[in-house]
Design a protein around this ligand. Sequence first.
Ligand SMILES: [Fe+2]
Ligand SMILES: [Fe+2]
Length: 202
Amino acid sequence: MSSDIVKGDTKDEANVVGIKVLEKNGLDVKQLVDMLIYNASVEFAAYYYFTNLRMHCTGFDGESIKGIIEDARMEDLSHFESCLSRIYELGGMLPNDANEFIAMSQTEFLQLPSINKTDVKEIIKKCLKAEQGAIVNWNKVCNVTAGKDPATYDIAKDILREEIEHESWFLELLYGRPSGHMRRKYPGERPHTKKQSRSLNF
Ligand SMILES: [Fe+2]
Ligand SMILES: [Fe+2]
């Protein structure tokens, strides 16, 4: 093999061809890893907060909403799982301190409504804001990796596809805007990211 990208730089440093080809493609790998860790923190925190929000969908109004929030909640768990192996393949790692990981997500807005914790409309507004933020986050990863890093792009575009569906569900609930919503066959079906989060094993 003659290519310089398959030669290690030092005896001690692993020669990671999977990273070197990306650098040759003009990708800022460090920036991408930071984006993926941030996005992972948002997905993880959203999964947590959606759990509590869902529990507070009570009464006649709440009962019909629970299933929709559950579908979105389980798919956020899938989104967290979907980007983990890519972070480590690219030389990154999750923060050692879990508090730091949650804090970087800046998702405090997903805490329960302050005046009435079971205000279903307020809960749906919070869910919508989370989905719209996730669309922006994963669209950024798509833009950075398009034509340069097909492995990460494949993950980001699958997650983005589900986030767009989630947004449309909550838009329909709030504004009556038809979403073409086909209910998931079961919570966690994750039609687009199932192959990216095989560790969930369902
Ligand atoms: Fe998500
Ligand atoms: Fe989502």
